[in-house]
Design a protein around this ligand. Structure first.
Ligand code: PTJ
Length: 236
């Protein structure tokens, strides 16, 4: 609520947050095994990328700003503020918040001069040195149109999204179905650990990763959990 009052989160962001909470109850408010596998693959994708970018919107900033600079540093990634409801003032506020948490360089405020093809202005504005030229983009709580547009640009997309059925979750190459407040600290740890491994091992992690299977396992997990909960109501 504070981030909303400060103008970091938009009203639509509060609705997005509520939707997420609902899915968090369904997974039991913990990081489930398929999400752990996705986090590992995400770390491998960031570490093997030529130009990885962490895209930060209002909700991401409000929930995990303190972890983003560390993640960027460990992964050798660039941070870019990228907003659906873009105003210069909001972008600057979010960049300032990230700088307060230690980010040295934050793109996407005055340099968002390139366009993601197929997205209207200002929703498609990105930095030429950031998302526009990235090969891997990590995003979270993202709108489906924008994720699909990044995929059409040929980027490898890593998404954090509690809804395994959302268009973002379905379009991404690696979908971490977990609450961002749990997923990002785990991702920071995983990147720090995998960083020491040979590149061949990271590539092998990526080759054996199948996002469709991981999403299917997530949905199965929710189904089994709900069946168990229903059973315990009926049979005590
Ligand atoms: O800050 P801006 O201007 O870029 O605006 C961001 C908006 C509000 C446009 C953006 O967050 C949005 O519209 O998101 P959606 O399309 O509602 O999608 C958000 C997705 O994130 C939904 O599938 C939610 O289930 C999921 N979600 C919500 N809270 C969390 C979450 N995923 C992970 N962790 C959460 N805490």
């Amino acid at each position: 609520m504070e981030a909303f009052r400060e103008g970091i989160v938009v009203p639509q962001g509060l609705i997005a947050h509520g939707r997420g909470e609902c899915f968090d109850y369904l997974i039991g408010e913990e990081t489930i095994p398929p999400a752990r596998e996705a986090i590992r693959a995400a770390a491998a994708a960031l570490l093997t990328a030529r130009h990885p970018v962490i895209s930060v919107n209002g909700n991401t900033a409000a929930l995990v700003a303190e972890y983003i600079p560390r993640l960027a540093e460990e992964a050798g990634a660039v941070i870019e503020v990228n907003l659906f409801y873009r105003t210069r003032e909001r972008a600057e506020k979010i960049a300032e918040l990230l700088r307060r948490h230690g980010a040295e360089r934050v793109l996407g405020v005055d340099d968002a001069t390139a366009r993601i093809p197929g997205l209207e202005h200002p929703r498609g504005m990105v930095s030429p040195d950031g998302i526009y030229s990235a090969d891997v983009v990590l995003l979270a709580l993202e709108d489906g149109d924008r994720t699909e547009a990044l995929k059409r640009m040929g980027k490898r997309v890593i998404a954090v999204d509690l809804n395994p059925l959302s268009r973002t979750a379905q379009a991404a190459d690696i979908t971490i179905v977990d609450n961002i407040v749990r997923a990002i600290p785990l991702l920071v740890r995983e990147v720090a650990e995998l960083k020491e491994r040979p590149r061949g091992e990271l590539e092998a992690i990526l080759r054996s990763y199948d996002n469709k299977r991981v999403l299917a396992e997530t949905i199965e997990y929710i189904g089994e959990r709900l069946k168990r909960l229903a059973g315990s109501l009926l049979h005590g």
